[in-house]
Design a protein around this ligand. Structure first.
Ligand code: ZN
Length: 412
């Protein structure tokens, strides 16, 4: 049996089993009484509901993976990639257009298969727990818009990478790295003004008590008010959030309209101060630098596997090509990607503690910050007691109780 095929099957089945184990542990771990910290914020019935929400979401994820993993394995074993490849080659175009057809067909097929799951998630689960506000029209438009983005951005990146690997010889990985990085920086820069308004409306924060409080706080931190926006999150869900995005002139702190609705001015300024903490401590810049380094690593490793005959044999391909190498490499790269992602999440959780620290040190209202965190997790029915392994692997934010404890430590 082909060694690459064995490795890839082990990776596919291994990740499936790992997810299954971690999710099962996580659900079991949530079977607890209401943590003391949240007494008065949840009644018994609502807390039960939050635990049900976790169970239902987890079960849904497991069902989806249980359908997709065997489907992908079967597709590989029965030579599905070769069928698609032969079809794409049937047009008798050059390597790059053929690669684009090959990629488009695979990506389009997987996107289509995901739609029923997305419908169930939005209109059954989210609806049942009172979160869903998405209309069928918004839902369909979102899909079409995201496809357009995948086609444009993915098409540009894929063709650049193909072109370099076709033409540039042994240093192609380096040229790919430099070009893709420049493109990525450009996208990060323009996303808040070009891409995000595609999906949501962003309005500069209106005059009023909130705005003047933010101005007063922002003034003390040398932050210009024009960077604060509200977003119509209520278009899709009642869940609330806030985030920081972009660089330079286009940087923005965004507060969901659903957040503003449910929180006091002091809680909102605390949240905004947290987001400002991400900016002042240069978290976005640092994450970006790390992502650039890992992209370089990925292109280098990719270059070692381009046109590897054994790899093509594993996928039952009749003809080798650079474009198919990119897809097959993706399977091999999964474990490395997972390890890098675990480090990334670890760093992200550290940044969250730092941003909370920034908020309570500069705005000096730890009680408002804690209140905001508690209300946010109740509104969003977040899991209060995730399993440590689940946190370690996939949480970008620390569990809320840990954040509250950390804030109390700073202020004691
Ligand atoms: Zn944060």
């Amino acid at each position: 049996m082909n060694l690459f095929l064995v490795i890839i099957l082990v990776i596919l089945v291994g990740t499936y089993l790992l997810d299954l184990i971690v999710d099962t542990l996580d659900v079991r771990h949530a079977n607890t009484d209401l943590p003391e910290e949240f007494i008065g914020y949840y009644n018994e019935e609502k807390y039960k509901k939050s635990q049900e929400y976790l169970k239902e979401n987890t079960r849904f994820g497991i069902i989806r993976d249980t359908i997709f993993t065997p489907a992908i394995v079967a597709f590989i074993l029965f030579g599905g990639f070769n069928v698609v490849d032969q079809f794409a080659r049937g047009f008798n175009l050059g390597a790059i257009p053929t690669g684009m057809i090959f990629a488009a067909m695979l990506i389009f097929a997987s996107q289509i298969l995901l739609i029923p799951f997305s419908i169930y998630d939005t209109f059954i689960i989210e609806e049942k727990y009172g979160f869903n506000k998405t209309t069928p029209k918004t839902f369909i438009l979102d899909i079409l818009k995201s496809w357009l983005l995948i086609a444009v951005i993915g098409g540009i990146v894929f063709s650049i990478v193909l072109w370099f690997f076709e033409k540039a010889g042994p240093w192609a990985w380096l040229y790919c790295w430099i070009t893709v990085t420049l493109f990525q920086i450009f996208l990060m820069f323009i996303a808040p003004v070009v891409i995000m308004p595609f999906f949501n409306k962003f309005i500069p924060l209106k005059e009023g008590a909130l705005r003047s409080s933010i101005e007063a706080y922002g003034g003390s931190q040398n932050f210009k008010m024009k960077g604060v926006f509200t977003m119509d999150g209520s278009k899709r869900s009642t869940k609330s959030n806030a985030f920081f995005t972009g660089f330079g002139r286009f940087r923005r702190i965004v507060l969901f309209d659903t957040l503003i609705e449910k929180h006091t001015v002091e809680e909102l300024v605390s949240v905004l101060a947290h987001e400002m903490g991400h900016y002042k401590e240069r978290h976005i810049f640092k994450s970006m630098a790390i992502s650039i380094l890992t992209t370089g690593l990925m292109f280098y490793i990719l270059s070692l596997f381009i046109n590897n005959r054994e790899l093509f044999a594993a996928f039952k391909m009749e003809e080798a090509s650079i474009y198919a190498s990119l897809f097959f490499f993706g399977f091999l790269y999964t474990p490395i990607e997972m390890i890098l992602s675990i480090f990334g999440k670890l760093l992200s959780r550290k940044y969250e503690y730092d941003a909370d620290g920034y908020s309570v040190k500069t705005y000096k209202k730890p009680d408002s910050m804690i209140e905001a965190l508690k209300k946010l997790s109740v509104e969003n029915l977040s899991n209060l007691t995730p399993h440590p392994l689940k946190v370690f692997i996939s949480y970008s934010h620390p569990p809320v109780i840990k954040r509250i404890q950390a804030i109390r430590m700073i202020c004691s």
